[in-house]
Design a protein around this ligand. Structure first.
Ligand code: ADP
Ligand code: MG
Ligand code: MG
Length: 209
């Protein structure tokens, strides 16, 4: 069955649930090396998306991504809000209505992640959400190119995202608030990398069923 925006309300419910379930742990991470508001920022964005979920479900993918990006942009302050908005607007710009086309989506995602890099002037290895988003986008692209079955793709995504989040633990932050701490940012997983991983895993669970 093709994946269309009809699935969007269910995805948002799953994202809200996973962020709520891990709120204390993630807030501890953002308090250790950031300003402690990351969970609040994500929850604001997700609540706004939930309010528009039925409307978004009726759109095609490019229009849905555009609406998702604009909604996140206006609802969320903080670095993560503008970076996720950039990701979604990038998907709107580069994607077609790829309802049944994982390969097309994976190409759009690579370009959208590239836009996030430019927006934040950051790349992998700087202890941010990019340490999860970049390898996840690359893995999706590789699996799609290999025509892997959906369960294989989703298992790979979960693994790559988990590895990417964990890898931030020993990195020194060079972007965002954590960079103010320099060497002292070492020893904590980045909050934005952790929530990116949690959300990828939650999306994978929805798509697996
Ligand atoms: P803020 O840092 O403005 O309080 P959040 O707490 O919501 O915003 O988000 C912080 C997260 O955003 C960080 O943990 C990191 O993953 C991500 N981040 C911060 N700056 C950048 C950047 N320049 N590029 C990519 N990701 C970044
Ligand atoms: Mg913060
Ligand atoms: Mg903040």
């Amino acid at each position: 069955m093709p994946i269309t925006p009809v699935i969007f309300p269910e995805l948002v419910r799953a994202l809200i649930a996973v962020i709520d379930a891990n709120a204390a742990e993630v807030t501890e991470l953002d308090q250790a090396i950031g300003d402690g508001d990351h969970v609040f920022n994500l929850q604001r964005g997700l609540q706004a998306l939930q309010q528009h979920a039925e409307e978004i479900a009726a759109l095609d993918w490019p229009a849905a991504w555009q609406k998702i990006g604009m909604t996140v942009m206006s609802a969320v302050g903080g670095a993560s809000g503008s970076l996720y908005a950039t990701l979604f607007i990038g998907l709107a710009k580069h994607g077609r209505d790829q309802a049944a086309d994982v390969r097309g989506f994976s190409e759009a995602l690579l370009q959208a992640v590239e836009a996030v890099k430019q927006r934040g002037k950051a790349d992998v290895g700087e202890k941010t959400m990019l340490d999860v988003l970049v390898p996840a986008a690359q893995a999706l692209h590789a699996e799609a190119a290999a025509n892997s079955a959906l369960p294989t793709i989703l298992a790979r995504l979960r693994q790559v995202a988990a590895d990417g989040a964990e890898a931030t633990r020993d990195m020194v932050a060079t972007k965002g608030r954590a960079s103010f701490l320099g060497e002292r940012s070492k020893g904590h997983v980045d909050a934005g990398a952790k929530t990116a991983q949690l959300m990828i895993a939650a999306i994978a669970d929805v798509l697996d069923n």
